[in-house]
Design a binder for this molecule. Structure first.
Ligand SMILES: C[S@@+](CC[C@H](N)C(=O)[O-])C[C@H]1O[C@@H](n2cnc3c(N)ncnc32)[C@H](O)[C@@H]1O
Length: 292
């Protein structure tokens, strides 16, 4: 598989951070301010601020995505977590405040350095608590051999939960296979579970979002800068996801992301309509994968 320049995907982490500032996700406002995400999003939109119609879809979509992973991790009850493509979420620090966890956050080497600098700054300024059990490591999610770096941080024999959000949407089928191989290796050694909202379906409900003019505009900017068209990497239906990953040794269980266990704080702030919320409730899926 020819490796492309994955660093082109990293700026999207700033877009996500900017959308999160409309929610009550921990540290979201502080992080967005420090990384200048508002400016980056304006540049992406040729100087325009994000349209209300874009925010009304995107902010609750990204809030649900973040929060459903937290719920799923608590339900799984697994105490060591590996996150791929962590970006500026800093979920390890957020979760460790209330749960005793060993949390390994990873991203590409360049992004890893940027994240480390920001992390140090946020700790120094007392925004993030000092926590020894939150570790950062560089890791390319399509390079299964990179997983070796994780073992020095993991407790042998203890199960691991592998998570990611906003990562596999950018990957071709071959790249998704490589990530699945990396995760399968981890789960074979440790046991545990793979949890992600990242397998997008190109179904009727999703198309209502994709084809909305404001979404289409930002997606074409993302496609240009990341060299991946988010719509081309989708699956057509749940069974296609199950088939794809069963060939790689996984049993797949789809669940609703929005299951009543958390509030979608951004919906009111950005004017998401009840109809939009219904569509999100129906269409947003959290995928649980276990080795067969
Ligand atoms: C849309 S951002 C999502 C960031 C974060 N998960 C969040 O939700 O805030 C995509 C992230 O994937 C990372 N990424 C892209 N290609 C990657 C790869 N091959 N391996 C690991 N991380 C990658 C980028 O650096 C970026 O942080």
């Amino acid at each position: 598989m020819s490796l492309r320049d994955y660093d082109n995907i990293s700026p999207t982490a700033r877009l996500v951070a900017e959308m999160r500032r409309h929610s009550d996700i921990p540290f979201a406002e502080e992080i967005a301010t420090r990384i200048g995400s508002a400016q980056l999003v304006r540049e992406m939109l040729d100087g325009d601020a994000p349209a209300p119609e874009l925010l009304s879809w995107m902010a609750p979509t990204l809030e649900a995505r973040y929060k459903c992973l937290e719920t799923a991790l608590k339900t799984a009850g697994i105490k060591q977590i590996v996150e791929l493509g962590s970006g500026f979420a800093f979920r390890g620090d957020a979760m460790s405040r209330t749960h005793p966890l060993r949390y390994i956050e990873t991203d590409l080497p360049e992004m890893h350095e940027t994240r480390l600098r920001l992390h140090d700054e946020l700790r120094r300024d007392g925004v993030l608590p000092a926590q020894e059990n939150v570790v950062f490591a560089p890791l390319n999610a399509v390079a299964p051999e990179d997983a070796a770096v994780l073992e020095q941080h993991l407790v042998p024999g203890e199960p691991v939960a592998v998570i990611h959000e906003g990562l596999l949407q950018y990957f071709t089928r071959d790249e998704k296979r490589a990530t699945a191989q990396l995760i399968a290796g981890l789960l074979k050694r440790h046991g545990g579970v793979w949890l992600t909202p990242d397998f997008e379906l190109n179904d009727d409900d999703s198309r209502k979002q994709w084809t909305h003019p404001h979404f289409a505009r930002i997606f074409s900017v993302i496609a240009r800068s990341t060299q991946s068209n988010l719509r081309d990497t989708t699956f057509t239906r749940v069974d296609e996801v199950k088939d794809f990953f069963s060939k790689l040794g996984f049993r797949v269980t789809p669940r609703a992301q929005i299951d009543g266990t958390f509030a979608l704080s951004s919906a009111e702030r950005v004017g998401t309509t009840p109809e939009q919320l219904d569509i999100l409730r129906r269409s947003r899926i959290l995928w649980e994968l276990r080795l067969d």
